[in-house]
Ligand binder design. Structure first.
Ligand code: 9MR
Length: 698
C-alpha cells in the first residue's frame, strides 16, 4: 500500500505555511567550484568506519590458479611470474580492442544495491607499452540489455611498479554480471593481482524524522536516484525520506532512445515502479539536453544535419516523436497523467539551454545550430500536447543564482511566456558549494516570483570543496559543520518562499554516490547512510554538531593532477577565476611579539571578492574564544562571512569565533572567510590582530 497520497498537482493549490522561518545568514561566499565527474577514484570514496564489518565476497591472488578469471573479447589470460606481488599474477595478452582484457563472473558475488569496495593492483609487463590508462569496470546484463559501468580508472599505469586501484561500486539489478579490467584506449598487455571485493550491508536509521514529512508544510522533498539507489538499504532510505524522486539518468535521451525508433524504458520504469509502490511522485528529467543525446538526432545517414529546411524539419520531427513516445509510454503503462496510478507530475522539458556569454543568452548546442532558438518553444508545445495539462513543464538550469545567469534565464522565460509557450515551472539546480551566496539564491527566486510560474530546486547538493585547489578523502570536521549551517540557511531561504516552490530535490542519496569528485561529500547522508550534520541542518538545526560522525579525521591530500575536469562541467562564468594567492604587499610589518599568524588568500572579480583567512595561535596559551580585527579600506564592504560572526564598522572588520571554533590551542589554526564588495580595486587588509595583539603573516 502506498504510504502517502500524492500531493495536489497544481502547486498553487497548496497554501504557504503561516509562519515563515527567519533567514539567518551566517555563512556565505560566492566561489567557483568546478563540478567534477568522479570517474577516477584511486582512493575509495567512503571510508570504512570502525562500526561496520566488511565481508570479503571475492578474492584472487592468482597463486593457485586463475580463480575463475577469463579473457574478455579477443584477450587471453594466463598466470605469470613477471614482477608478481606474490609468486604469480594474472597476465592479459592479445587485446584487439580497448574493451578486451581480463574478466570474472560476479553474478553470484555482486548484490544489487549493495556498495562493494573493489581493490586490485595493476601493472604493465616489460612487454607492455610504456604506460596506459587502465579501467576497472562492471558489466550488468538484464533482460537482454547490457550496461557497462566504470568503477575506477587508473591513469599512467607503468611496468615500473604496481598501482593500486580502490573504489566503491554499487550495482543495479542484473541477470548476470562481470567485473573486468580493460583500458581506455591502449591495447597493451597488462598484469592484475590481489583482487579483493568486500561489502558492507549498510542500513539507514528509520527512526530518524522523515525529511519529506518535516518539510511537507513548505514543499515536497525529493531525492534524485539511480536504479541502485532504490534497492537494499538505500531503497529503504529513499522510501523513508522522499515524497518524490527524479531519475538521475534514466529518462535522458541517450537512455530512452539510444538509436532512432528503439526505445528503452526498463531502467526508468524500475524507478517509476518504486515511486508507485511507495506513494511518491516522479519528476521527469529531461526531454531535451545538449548532453547525453545520441548523435543520430543530429545526423542524416551519418552526416551532420545542416540548416536546410529539410534537415530542420527532420530534427523537429525527431524532437516531437521523442517527446510523444515518452508521454505515450507513461500514459499506457501507468494510466492518464494526473490520475492516481500515474506518479509523473512534472518534467524538465529543456535542460541547461542558457549560456550567459552569448549575445542572446542561449547555449550553442546542436539543437541551436540546426534550429536556432525555436526548438525551445517547440519542445514545450510538443510536451504540452503530448503530456496534457497535468504534467508541469519545467525549464531547468544550473548557476541560476548568479546575477549574470539569472538575467538571460529570466529574459528567456519571459519571452516564452509572452509568446504563449506553456512553461509552468523554472528549475534551479543549485549545485553549489559551502558559502555560495544565499543572497544571490534569494535574488533569483524573487525575480522569478514576478512571473506566472512555479519554481523548483531540482538538483541540490552542497560541495564541501570551496575551490578546485582543495582535495581530501574526507572533509575537515569544521567544513562539514559549515555545510550543515549552509543547508540550514538555504532551507530557511526556501521556506521564506515556500509558496513559490513546487518541490525541493537533492541530487543523490548519500556521499558515496555523488556525481561530484571524491571527497566533495555534498549530501545529507554519509556513505554508511547515516545522517550527517547537514541532515540536521535541514531537519532540526539545534542538533547540528551533536551527530557522532563516521567521518575520520581528514587526511589532506595534494590536489590530484589526474582528476579529470569534464569539458561540460558547468563552470560559472561570473565566478572569479581563482588567482594565485596574492602576496599581501601591504601586510603590516610583522610584530615579533604577536600571538597569531594570519594567512590571507582572496579571489577577486570586477566588483567582489571571496577571502579566506587562516588564523593560527602562535602564542603559548589556549584561547577560549577569540576576536580577529583588521582594517579593510578602499570602500570595501564585507557582505557575508562564515565560520565566525562578522561585523564591520567603517574600515574596521571584526570576526568573532563561531560556537564550534572558539577553542584555539597553541599552534592550532582556524579557517574563516567572507565575501566582500569592492569599488573596482580590491586591496589587502592591514592591521590583523587577534584579541588586540598584532599578527604576523603566515
Ligand atoms: O548525475 C548525472 C551523472 O550521473 C551523469 O554522469 C551526468 C552526465 O552528464 O549527469 C548528471 O546529472 C546532471 C543533470 O542531468 C543535469 N544537471 C547537472 C547534473 C550533474 O552533472
Amino acid at each position: 500500500m502506498p504510504r502517502r497520497a500524492h500531493f495536489p498537482l497544481d502547486p498553487r493549490a497548496r497554501t504557504a505555511p503561516a509562519r515563515a522561518t527567519a533567514l539567518s545568514v551566517s555563512s556565505l561566499a560566492a566561489l567557483v567550484v568546478a563540478a567534477l565527474v568522479a570517474t577516477l577514484a584511486l582512493v575509495a570514496q567512503a571510508a570504512t568506519p570502525a562500526h561496520a564489518a566488511a565481508t570479503v565476497v571475492l578474492q584472487a591472488d592468482f597463486e593457485d590458479g586463475l580463480d575463475g578469471w577469463t579473457g574478455r573479447g579477443a584477450a587471453t589470460v594466463a598466470l605469470s611470474t613477471q614482477g608478481a606481488r606474490g609468486t604469480q599474477s594474472l597476465l592479459a595478452t592479445g587485446r584487439a580492442e580497448s574493451w578486451n582484457g581480463a574478466s570474472v563472473d560476479v553474478t553470484d558475488t555482486f548484490e544489487p544495491g549493495v556498495t562493494h569496495q573493489v581493490s586490485l593492483w595493476l601493472r604493465l609487463p616489460a612487454t607492455g607499452s610504456g604506460y596506459a590508462d587502465l579501467r576497472v569496470s562492471a558489466q550488468r546484463d538484464i533482460d537482454g540489455t547490457s550496461s557497462y559501468e566504470t568503477i575506477a580508472t587508473a591513469t599512467g599505469v607503468t611496468s615500473g611498479s604496481w598501482t593500486q586501484v580502490s573504489a566503491s561500486y554499487t550495482p543495479g539489478l542484473f541477470d548476470t554480471a562481470s567485473l573486468y579490467v580493460e583500458s581506455t584506449s591502449s591495447l597493451t598487455d597488462f598484469l592484475v593481482d590481489d583482487v579483493t571485493v568486500t561489502t558492507e550491508k549498510v542500513r539507514p536509521d528509520l527512526s530518524l524524522p522523515q525529511l519529506d514529512e518535516t518539510l511537507e508544510p513548505w514543499f515536497p522533498f525529493g531525492i534524485a536516484v539511480e536504479p541502485a539507489d532504490v534497492l537494499a538499504g538505500r531503497g529503504e532510505l529513499v522510501a523513508h525520506h522522499a515524497a518524490q524522486i527524479t531519475p538521475g539518468n534514466q529518462m535522458k535521451p541517450d537512455a530512452i532512445q539510444p538509436t532512432e525508433g528503439t526505445f528503452r524504458f526498463g531502467p526508468a520504469d524500475q524507478l517509476v515502479d518504486f515511486a508507485v509502490e511507495h506513494g511518491q511522485r516522479v519528476y521527469g528529467h529531461t526531454l531535451v539536453w545538449h548532453q547525453q543525446t545520441p548523435d543520430w538526432f543530429f545526423q542524416r545517414d551519418g552526416a551532420a544535419l545542416t540548416t536546410s529546411s529539410a534537415d530542420q524539419a527532420l530534427l523537429r520531427s525527431r524532437l516531437k516523436a521523442h517527446i510523444e513516445a515518452i508521454a505515450d509510454h507513461y500514459r499506457t503503462t501507468y494510466g492518464e497523467f494526473g490520475t492516481t496510478g500515474n506518479p509523473i507530475f512534472a518534467f524538465d522539458v529543456v535542460n541547461e539551454v542558457i549560456d550567459e556569454n552569448q549575445s542572446d543568452g542561449l547555449r550553442r548546442s546542436e539543437w541551436y545550430r540546426i534550429l536556432g532558438s525555436s526548438y525551445i518553444a517547440d519542445a514545450f508545445r510538443y510536451a504540452r500536447d503530448a503530456f496534457g495539462p497535468d504534467v508541469l513543464l519545467f525549464i531547468n538550469d544550473y548557476n541560476s543564482e548568479y546575477p549574470n545567469k539569472r538575467a538571460p534565464y529570466l529574459a528567456l522565460v519571459k519571452s516564452l511566456l509572452a509568446q504563449g509557450v506553456p512553461v509552468d515551472g523554472v528549475g534551479h539546480q543549485l549545485h553549489v558549494e559551502v558559502g555560495r551566496s544565499l543572497e544571490y539564491v534569494e535574488g533569483t527566486i524573487s525575480a522569478f516570483e514576478a512571473l506566472p510560474v512555479t519554481q523548483a530546486v531540482t538538483e541540490l547538493d552542497v560541495s564541501t570543496y570551496q575551490h578546485g585547489g582543495e582535495s581530501w578523502t574526507n572533509p575537515p570536521a569544521d567544513r562539514l559543520l559549515q555545510q550543515a549551517y549552509y543547508y540550514r540557511d538555504l532551507v530557511a531561504v526556501l521556506k521564506r518562499h515556500a509558496s513559490s516552490f513546487e518541490s525541493v530535490t537533492v541530487w543523490g542519496v548519500d556521499d558515496s554516490r555523488t556525481w561530484l569528485r571524491a571527497g566533495a561529500a555534498p549530501l545529507l547522508f554519509d556513505g554508511q547512510l547515516q545522517a550527517k550534520d547537514a541532515f540536521w541542518g535541514v531537519v532540526d538545526p539545534s542538533r547540528i554538531g551533536t551527530t557522532p560522525t563516521a567521518t575520520p579525521t581528514p587526511d589532506e591530500t595534494p590536489t590530484p593532477d589526474d582528476t579529470p575536469t569534464p569539458d561540460d562541467t558547468p563552470t560559472p562564468d561570473d565566478t572569479p577565476t581563482p588567482e594565485e594567492t596574492p602576496t599581501p604587499e601591504d601586510t603590516p610589518t610583522p610584530d615579533p611579539a604577536g600571538a597569531c599568524a594570519v594567512r590571507w588568500t582572496a579571489n577577486a572579480w570586477n566588483t567582489g571578492l571571496t577571502a579566506n583567512v587562516r588564523v593560527t595561535n602562535t602564542g603559548t596559551t589556549t584561547l577560549d574564544g577569540w576576536r580577529l580585527t583588521f582594517t579593510f579600506g578602499g570602500g570595501q564592504k564585507v557582505t557575508q562571512g562564515w565560520s565566525a560572526d562578522w561585523t564591520q564598522s567603517g574600515t574596521t572588520v571584526t570576526a568573532t569565533n563561531a560556537p564550534w571554533n572558539g577553542r584555539l590551542a597553541p599552534g592550532a589554526s582556524v579557517e574563516i572567510g567572507f565575501n566582500a564588495s569592492h569599488p573596482g580595486t580590491p586591496t589587502t587588509p592591514t592591521g590583523f590582530a587577534l584579541d588586540g595583539a598584532a599578527c604576523t603573516a603566515g
